[in-house]
Write a protein that binds this ligand. Sequence first.
Ligand code: P71
Length: 459
Amino acid sequence: MAKFPVEPFKIKVVEPIRPTTRAERVEKLSQAGYNLFAIRAEDVYIDLLTDSGTSAMSDNQWAGIMLGDEAYAGCRNFFNLEETIQAITGFNYFVPTHQGRAAENILFACTVSAGQSVPSNMHFDTTQANVLARGGHPVNMIADVGLDPQIHKPFKGDLDVEKLEAFIQETGPENIPLGMLTVTNNSGGGQPVSMANIRATGEVLHRYGIPFFLDACRYAENAYFIKLRDPDYANTPVLEIAREMFSYADGCTMSAKKDALVNIGGFLAMNDEELYQRVCQELIVREGFPTYGGLAGRDLEAMARGLWEGLDERYLAYRLAHTQYLADRLLEEGIPILEPAGGHAVYLDVKRFLPHIPQSELPGQTLTCALYLEGGIRGVEIGSVMFAYEDPESGETVYPDLELVRLAIPRRVYTQAHLDYVVEVCRALYEKREEIRGLRYVFAPRLLRHFTARFEPLP
Ligand code: P71
């Protein structure tokens, strides 16, 4: 039996949750157009939609909230945050933003022109959409092992460096305004990127004069994976590992809603002063003055404190073991998941869970609906709804290699009993998987379709 890690905290504030009846869920799901984004959170029992912004903040963070300095310019919380971000990332400049995608929007507005390409191990939905919104091409270059859900390798988030170099030579460095790595790789199972790969990606990009940015939402989980899986770092403090990861890059985008343990917030950091000046201009137009960037002073303080808590090694050991526990229990029941477990989530491998439903019938989305109907659990599809696209030349739909349902684990929120319940529901569903039927679109917007699309069950 998998062992559950002891939480390195005790619980001081609780929020009641309520189970619903199957009849209620049938009705809610149909009203929501079979899209769980359209369901009210109160009608969800265990909410694994995302680990983003859903963390339980600590007493220390809440105390910091009371010390929010709401001055328009130069609030003290900004300087606490600045000191923290410099200590952790080493980057010279940063601006706060209201969340990760705002940092992406500002970065790409200042760097990407129409027709240019942005390579990455794998773009997540919002970076992909923000590159597309500038007329750019988001290009994924994950190494092949990252696309095999069953192979056990320590760093399945690694980018294929040879592919990157060949791509730069074909495309021309002048058509590549920056390259990125998503750490950990969210679209590919929450898998970490190795230190060697971060270094090598930086080297290749820099050899061609191309800036390198980390999409750093889950940098602390990535750093702890490096500590656990790379013997060279077994005795290195995680702060030092993080600093080394950032040292190979020229900047980062950050959604602080993940590893900085806040409910809202983000930042964009960089070394280039000239870029920073342009970023400030864009920020002032879109987000706010550079010492608050669309956040309240109290939010900046919670972020500064959360950044340190997210690097705490006892917390990180618990965090990764907690996710691992869910993965191990699902495997014990024979349920197909992407292996090994990710840092922030366990991903059901839909191609093996529902092999009778072709990708054209949206099996990932179908499975999110089935999980909700079975037990009031809300996961998110990371598959054809999120990532399939129409090939501009042939007009045919190109489906993603990985068809996944992500069970993301909010930080410091759910206990062992909650996870055991999730396993029970998955097991019951897996037993009757052959009864499950696919979906089709009723409505699908062009960008970030998964948030607002509507579906209906196939007859
Ligand atoms: C996640 C999210 C947010 C989300 C996405 C889809 C459904 C529900 C919630 C956001 C990320 C991310 C990476 C690697 C940038 C962002 C944007 N992830 N990069 O995983 O994972 O950050 O949400 O603060 O704007 O659930 P933002």
